[in-house]
Design a protein around this ligand. Structure first.
Ligand SMILES: [Zn+2]
Length: 279
């Protein structure tokens, strides 16, 4: 009997973990179910697959940033959406297309062809098991182009019977981000004000503030605007910077918490809207 498990004597942390175990949250975790349960839920559920990356994030942030942030947002948004629709959160894909970070170290990357094949295999396999709705919730800019290619290819070439939505979390939440003041910071940028604030709120123990470069306010080459609407890249562009887009001295846990709260609400609505619009 779950109710008979004693709570007394547990420290706060243990109590929290204990109540998390008892909560119905496991019902939206794909990998907490048996195959029989998943087969039963397949045709009626929307799947959410967070797309992360394991890559350098400057001197002061861990290489997990993109995976950590997108997982946190996905868990919170799916938990909210699960009160309205059948939704299942897949384990985060923690490797992405991050070749441009390899020169800095601390990076695990898949070539774009490999990444396209990985995403395609995941979708085709899930569709063959009866799943009909899937969202790629992306947390890394480098994943965007291959992700879109996969969606277009599956619809036009493979003709798999599944609805797919593909979006980066900062684009889903674009309207709410525009209401906030980030000063000169690049949003979302890379290893700057935005991501540092998010990590200070989500995992402060992993943020090494003392290692931030001492160049407050100085624009990094990567943070300078491209010609509007043009996608401009050249060999060595990233190496002209120290691997980040903008300064993070104004970053704060309060900003991060506000961002998480706002974006969670918007992403949750997006998941529910997609569920009702698909099939
Ligand atoms: Zn990042």
């Amino acid at each position: 009997m779950v109710d008979s498990i004693p709570h007394k004597g547990l420290k706060f942390d243990e109590n929290w973990r204990h109540s998390a175990m008892l909560s119905p949250s496991h019902s939206w975790r794909f990998d907490s179910h048996t195959r029989d349960q998943l087969n039963t839920m397949a045709s009626s559920s929307t799947l959410v697959l967070p797309l992360g990356s394991t890559e350098q994030h400057g001197h002061h942030l861990p290489v997990s940033v993109d995976a950590t942030v997108v997982t946190h947002l996905a868990e919170a948004a799916v938990a909210q959406a699960s009160s309205q629709i059948p939704v299942l959160l897949l384990p985060t894909l923690r490797f992405g297309f991050a070749q441009h970070h390899l020169p800095f170290g601390g990076t695990v990357s898949l070539r774009s062809e490999t990444y396209v094949n990985v995403l395609t295999d995941i979708v085709v396999g899930l569709a063959s098991q009866g799943f009909r709705r899937l969202i790629f919730l992306n947390g890394h800019g480098g994943n965007e182009s291959p992700m879109h290619l996969v969606v277009d290819s599956i619809a036009s070439q493979n003709k798999i019977d599944i609805h797919i939505a593909a979006a980066s979390y900062w684009k889903i939440a674009q309207d709410s981000l525009l209401t906030l003041d980030f000063g000169d910071a690049t949003v979302p940028g890379h290893a700057g004000h935005f991501e540092t604030s998010l990590m200070m709120a989500i995992a402060p123990e992993l943020v090494e503030l003392k290692n931030r470069p001492d160049d407050q306010g100085k624009k990094q080459p990567l943070g300078l605007a491209d010609i509007p609407l043009a996608h401009i890249r050249r060999p060595g562009l990233w190496e002209t910077s120290d691997g980040r887009t903008d300064d993070s001295h104004l970053a704060s846990a309060q900003t991060g918490a506000k961002l998480i709260s706002d974006m969670t609400g918007v992403i949750s609505k997006f998941i529910v809207q997609f569920h009702h619009s698909a099939l």
